[in-house]
Unconditional design. Structure first.
Length: 367
């Protein structure tokens, strides 16, 4: 095939670039076709490569990854449900608590134990009557009574107090935790009954309030000394059987009452001397008791008594403990419980007779 020169109309070979007659540049048809097809080929190759990569990636995902994601989603579904449940709350076990299959004590089975300090998540369910509220665990493992739970992590207890009841002897603050930035949970009035659970390493006492909440009292050593009531000092001289301070004042009141009673008898007219002596004998052999709840160095002073020729203090503690405390105060007490070096009787022993109604141990002194 040949091509025609547009300038001189002479013919030249199809593949010639210039006219053989006049030298004018020629435009072969094949050149025009090639210039349009080249860009298309440059775009087709990257697109084909991308398509291959996408196809291979999709095949790999379908064969190796999709099943794993389905399994992981199935395993995480319960946990995700807990987080998304707006009613779910986090609590901590304040004591070893029973896990039950129903939110009730009566008619339910115990599924296991929840140790103190365990963290649980669940939804609060109302209880019936004496049962109070319950926490239905989000993991489906049962129900726990709210009375055994708190929203704060409990500290370790170094000394159990075995739910001993203490009557507050004044205004006392109850803190939510033992931390320095703890919130004030409550401020209790004098006379409020508290259940003492135990002491912590940082000198707090964990208490259970009447409404079921748990809290903490600061300065455990001071409170432990006041468990028997308001703190009291006992000034005692075994050589003379004299008591000072509040105890001495109480004995003075009793002495004044007894003297007034004797004076009334002496001023009274009797039908005969025999009747007078009988009245005197009835008063003379009588002891005057007084209940007095105080705390002395961890001892519970529960009462005192004025006898005919002696005086007594009563404690709600064992004789051995009372002896140890008084020895620690500097008193010389023998193994038999007697104060040494005295001409009068002065000793500590278990109570007997009428005194047993006022305490377990008697500190007596007199003739």
């Amino acid at each position: 095939m040949s091509q025609v020169c547009a300038s001189c109309r002479a013919t030249s070979a199809n593949e010639a670039a210039f006219c053989a007659s006049c030298g004018q540049a020629l435009k072969p048809k094949t050149t025009k076709k090639s210039a349009k097809s080249a860009p298309k080929r440059r775009w087709l190759m990257p697109l084909a490569a991308v398509a291959i990569i996408v196809t291979v990636g999709a095949l790999y995902f379908w064969l190796f990854i999709a099943d794993d994601l389905k399994r992981d989603a199935g395993m995480l579904a319960p946990e995700a449900g807990e987080v998304s449940n707006p009613d779910a709350q986090i609590f901590f076990a304040m004591t070893d608590a029973n896990l039950r299959n129903k939110p009730t004590i009566s008619g339910s089975d115990i599924l296991g134990k929840l140790p103190r300090g365990s963290q649980v998540t669940g939804v609060i369910q109302p209880g019936s009557g004496v049962d109070g509220g319950w926490l239905e665990l989000s993991d489906g493992n049962g129900f726990v009574a709210l009375t055994n739970l708190s929203q704060f992590q409990p500290p370790a207890l170094v000394k159990p107090l075995n739910d001993q009841i203490w009557v507050a002897d004044g205004l006392i603050d109850v803190w939510a935790t033992t931390l320095a930035d703890s919130n004030l949970l409550d401020r209790l009035r004098e006379g409020t009954k508290l259940t003492l659970v135990g002491t912590t390493a940082d000198n707090f006492i964990e208490v259970k309030l009447a409404d079921g909440r748990y809290g903490y009292l600061a300065d455990a050593p001071s409170i432990l000394k006041r468990l028997g009531g308001k703190s009291i000092a006992i000034g005692f001289n075994p050589q003379t059987c004299a008591f000072s301070g509040e105890i001495g004042a109480e004995f003075s009141k009793i002495g004044a009452q007894l003297r007034a009673q004797w004076q009334a008898l002496e001023a009274k007219e009797f039908a005969s001397e025999a009747a007078r002596q009988k009245a005197y004998a009835a008063v003379e052999g009588k002891s005057k008791y007084l209940r007095l709840r105080r705390s002395f160095e961890g001892l519970s002073l529960t009462g005192l008594a004025q006898h005919y020729e002696s005086q007594s203090l009563y404690f709600d503690d064992s004789p051995a403990k009372v002896i140890d405390i008084f020895r620690a105060q500097g008193f010389d007490i023998g193994r038999d419980g007697l104060f040494t070096g005295t001409d009068l009787y002065a000793g500590i022993a278990a109570t007997r007779g009428e005194g047993a109604a006022y305490g377990k141990t008697e500190l007596g002194c007199g003739v």
